[in-house]
Design a protein. Structure first.
Length: 300
C-alpha cells in the first residue's frame, strides 16, 4: 500500500507534534517553515533574551535530538504535490505593538519584546516595560538587573503565584493536578463532565470558599511588597486561571529593592524626547519603551 504524503506548513510546536504523530502512523511528511529555526514563536529567533516563564534552551535542540534534516530555502520557486496538507501556522505570530499619542516626539526607541535579544540593548537606559503578564515580568526583571532604571506599566493586576511552594522545595507545577484545577470556573463550551458542572452548580459556595482562602493567603504572603498598595490587589476572581501569573524569585527581589517600579496605568502621551505622561497624571523619563503586549490573533 502506497504511503500518503503530507505537507505540514509551520515548524512550530503544533507542526512538529503533528509531524511526529504522522510519522508514527507511516505517512511521508514534509515540513515547510519560513524561518531558519524550528519552534515557531518559541524558537531562539523569536524568544527574547533570558526568558524564564516559557521554556528552556534544551528544548530548542529538537532537530539535533531526532537527526532531522533542515534545508535552507534557496529563493527559487518549486512545485510539490501532496495527498494531505496540515496548516500549523498558529494564530499568534504577528507582534502587537501599540501606538502612543506623541510617539514621534520620542528620541528613544519603542520595541516589541521579541526584538530585545541582548542585555546590551538595556544598559544605561531608562526602561519602561508595557504589560503585566509573563513576558513583561521576565523583561522587567532583566531590565532591573541591567538598565539604569525600570518602570513596569500595566492596566490589569494578576494574582501572583510563586514558581515553587513549601519553602521553595516543590515546583508549583506539581500542584496543578486535575483535582486542584477543578476549583477553577468552567469555561463556556469546555469539554467538562456532567459531574463537574453539577458540583460547580450545587456546591459553588465550597469552591468560592477555597478560592477565597487561596486569595487571602496570597495577599497575606505578599502584603509587604506586591500588595503593599491595595490598588495592586486584583479585582477579578482567582478562580479564573487567566487572572493568574507566576513570578520568579528574582522578580520579587527586584520589587523589594525598588529596582522595578510598578504603575497601574496607561501611557497617555509621549510629551517630548524623553518624557512620558501616564493617564494617572504622573510623568516618567525613558530612553527605551518595551512592549510586552503579546501577539495579534491572525489566521493566514
Amino acid at each position: 500500500m502506497t504511503r500518503k504524503s503530507v505537507a505540514i506548513i509551520g515548524a512550530g510546536v503544533s507542526g512538529l507534534a503533528a509531524g511526529k504523530v504522522l510519522l508514527e502512523d507511516r505517512f511521508d511528511i514534509t515540513i515547510f517553515d519560513r524561518h531558519k529555526t524550528l519552534g515557531g514563536i518559541w524558537s531562539p529567533d523569536w524568544a527574547y533574551v533570558h526568558l524564564h516563564t516559557q521554556t528552556i534552551a534544551n528544548l530548542m535542540e529538537f532537530s539535533s535530538l531526532h537527526d532531522t534534516e533542515v534545508e535552507t530555502a534557496s529563493g527559487d520557486h518549486e512545485t510539490y504535490q501532496f495527498d494531505l496538507i496540515v496548516v500549523a501556522t498558529g494564530l499568534f505570530s504577528t507582534p502587537e505593538k501599540p501606538n502612543f499619542r506623541g510617539q514621534n516626539n520620542f528620541a528613544g526607541s519603542i520595541q516589541h519584546i521579541t526584538n530585545i535579544k541582548s542585555e546590551d540593548q538595556l544598559k544605561n537606559k531608562r526602561v519602561i516595560v508595557i504589560g503585566g503578564a509573563k513576558s513583561a515580568i521576565d523583561m522587567a526583571t532583566l531590565a532591573a538587573m541591567h538598565a539604569r532604571s525600570c518602570h513596569m506599566i500595566f492596566s490589569h493586576s494578576y494574582w501572583i503565584l510563586p514558581h515553587k511552594i513549601l519553602h521553595g522545595y516543590v515546583p508549583l507545577d506539581f500542584g496543578f493536578t486535575r483535582i486542584l484545577t477543578n476549583i477553577f470556573d468552567p469555561f463556556p463550551n469546555a469539554p467538562h463532565s456532567a459531574a463537574f458542572y453539577f458540583f460547580h452548580c450545587a456546591f459553588s459556595f465550597v469552591f468560592t470558599k477555597i478560592s477565597d482562602s487561596i486569595a487571602n493567603f496570597l495577599i497575606s504572603k505578599y502584603k509587604s511588597d506586591l500588595f503593599a498598595d491595595e490598588k495592586f490587589i486584583p479585582k477579578e476572581s482567582i478562580r479564573n486561571p487567566h487572572n493568574i501569573m507566576r513570578i520568579t524569585k528574582e522578580f520579587l527581589t527586584m520589587i523589594r529593592e525598588n529596582r522595578i517600579i510598578r504603575k497601574l496605568a496607561l501611557i497617555d502621551e509621549i510629551v517630548d524626547k524623553t518624557t512620558i505622561r501616564l493617564d494617572s497624571g504622573e510623568f516618567l523619563q525613558a530612553d527605551l519603551i518595551i512592549c510586552a503586549t503579546g501577539f495579534i490573533e491572525t489566521f493566514p
